[in-house]
Design a protein around this ligand. Structure first.
Ligand SMILES: [Zn+2]
Length: 255
């Protein structure tokens, strides 16, 4: 099931033998690094993929490793992949980092944690055609996503998940997202939440990884959630189908 972090790191570094660029970026002020994986040439539009900012949501990191090992990402795009953005939480199986910080609330003002600062610095001046961040939800029974795209790519992603025989979460106004959005600032459809990013940031009192990227670096951003209580293989399959479907949908709308 979940690989120890050392083994996860070794499996990613082993991809260097196939020409995948794998490096470590420093978390200034903390004794740890983040893995950064890059594929594709400079001329191709770049897609940002990230997972594991909550350490107790391991299916995302595992799905990104599997997609890389299987060479399953559409080669018409370049990729900047942060496969595990909270390595100490991953190791400990905790949502927070070893510092007790929910890192996904620290992306404001240039980054307010060592991990967020490392990511913000690494992505400075970069533009992404699409950003995907992979999460899990203990309360959900099916897959759902937060959709920050004007063209509603999330609906196609959910349709692909269901077409693969995997369940989507029924959502409704008032569904517990773990924080309270002001009335009228979000719309809910089957498997898709479309929240106003400004209202969401105000409700959280903070910027998430995705909200920070959506502000200026990625005109299209999606956050995926798989149900933590579902079988491991189901969660992996959901993330895999969703990532592949989002990239396919991008290639349609971006010509
Ligand atoms: Zn999460």
């Amino acid at each position: 099931m979940t690989l120890p972090y050392k083994e996860f790191e070794a499996r990613l570094k082993a991809l260097r033998a196939r020409g995948v660029r794998v490096r470590e970026i420093a978390c200034v002020g903390a004794p740890r690094t983040l893995l950064c994986v890059e594929t594709g040439g400079p001329a191709a539009p770049t897609i940002a993929l990230a997972a594991g900012i909550h350490g107790d949501e391991p299916a995302g990191p595992a799905a990104l490793l599997a997609l890389l090992e299987d060479d399953a990402l559409d080669p018409r795009f370049a990729y900047r992949i942060l496969p595990c953005t909270n390595p100490t939480g991953y190791e400990r199986g905790t949502r927070e980092s070893v510092d007790g910080t929910d890192l996904n609330r620290t992306f404001g003002r240039g980054g307010q944690s060592p991990e967020a600062r490392a990511i913000v610095t690494a992505n400075r001046d970069r533009k992404f055609a699409l950003s995907l961040d992979l999460h899990e939800d203990v309360d959900a029974g099916g897959f759902y996503c937060y959709d920050y795209t004007d063209d509603g790519l999330g609906a196609g992603v959910v349709a692909a998940v269901e077409a693969a025989g995997l369940p989507a979460q029924a959502l409704h106004d008032g569904y517990d997202l773990g924080f309270a959005l002001p009335a009228g600032t979000a719309t809910f459809a089957r498997g898709v939440v479309r929240a106003d990013p400004r209202a969401e940031a105000a409700a959280l009192g903070a910027l998430t990884y995705t909200l920070a990227l959506a502000r200026n670096a990625a005109p299209r951003a999606l956050t995926f959630e798989t149900p933590s209580r579902a079988p491991w293989e189901t969660r992996l399959a959901m993330h895999r189908v969703a990532v592949t479907a989002a990239i396919a949908a991008l290639s349609q709308v971006s010509g």
